[in-house]
Design a protein around this ligand. Sequence first.
Ligand code: ADP
Ligand code: MG
Length: 464
Amino acid sequence: AGWRKKASDVIEEVEQAFATPTPLLRGIADDMVEEMERGLRADPHAPLKMLISYVDNLPTGDEHGLFYALDLGGTNFRVLRVQLGGKEKRAAQQYEEVAIPPHLMVGTSAELFDFIAAELERFVGTEGDDFHLPEGRHRELGFTFSFPVHQTSISSGTLIKWTKGFCINGTVGEDVVAELSMAMERQGLDMKVTALVNDTVGTLAGGIYADNDVVAAVILGTGTNAAYVEHATAIPKWNGPLPKSGNMVINMEWGNFKSHRLPRSDYDIALDFESLNPGEQIYEKMISGMYLGEVVRRILLRLAHDASLFGDVVPPKLEQLFVLRTPDMSAMHHDTSHDLKHLGAKLKDILGVANTTLEARYITLHVCDKVAERGARLAAAGIYGILKKLGRDRVPSDGGPKQRTVVAVDGGLFEHYKKFSACVEATLADLLGEEAAPSVVIKMANDGSGIGAALLAASHSKYT
Ligand code: ADP
Ligand code: MG
């Protein structure tokens, strides 16, 4: 039938436009290294901000005391408290997760921060006897804020831009710690922010606490980003005193990476154009959980229009932006039943199409596969780029001892989307090659950023 030919034409186009052959990934990794260097020089046109975190000392494990952490950055925010007990006792912790009401993501700054301060206050109210705050001290907080911030110290910084569906007037250019502190004051909550950290930096700190060989942290969640430990002397734009450790953690803000090599399709261009932040976060829009399902939706819509994939009429719901969420895409992609009945049920739920043909379900599966595979392979190329920058992409040629290299990864996309995470790992191994791959480990750092922020709050405490 004619529709079959049309469908296979569209699929063939998608396969070409979304292809990421290994040599292309190597080129992308090289571009990543080049852009990292440009960002470190503060080239005004550099897409990577390579933000200085003011974290020049990572946790040692000796941290003591009660600390709070707050993680704001995506669909949820988390509050956490830990009682740090040094190397012998490690940490006792409790946390809670609260969904951010969508209207607050596009409302006012004060509303958002008031909501957060109120939740924090409630959480502090549940502090039990396992936690001890010495007499006469304020509670201290590590604030994980997963948006690009121009830091002015370890505990202050101004917002550069919102990403990931947040769009709040009047916060850009403001000090987010001041905003939070004012809200806490309005709430009557006695707490001091002693560390402001990006989630990547928090994950890196938490990762190193758990495993000394961690050199970089990558977030694959609603958005995507990475941080790593750089030699302070390799940061031309750093004019401050050379840190004792010789190191500085850099928040790459890699979601904004661009390269002419990125395989951008018409679907990506249209998605970007209709997004809240056109022209920005181009790499993120090809990789992260906020967007993967939306890319799939756009391809399915095209197939519905041009090849009547779901029957004579295009399902009206399929026209709706973001109606297909990445967790649903993932559920469809993992359907192993011979007749793809789970995938069919999802299509019915989401698009309201009662009866899909087996062929339509197979085509949908294939589309999910191509979109997820491209995202995962591009993420792996980015990680490979960081390892190249650090000289950790190969075994020492002088026959010196093999170094173990660990990359801590956090985020719901990597954690829950197994085909995606498996593809990241396989692609990275492929890029590294047989010799180097065994010494590089990707480690899931579940909510490492929360504990990391608390550890950084501890090492920057007013009382030590
Ligand atoms: P955030 O990135 O918002 O701080 P998380 O790290 O928890 O929070 O990631 C949440 C994101 O992970 C969701 O927005 C979604 O895109 C993705 N995600 C969550 N569950 C799944 C799943 N089962 N399959 C695929 N992606 C998922
Ligand atoms: Mg997060």
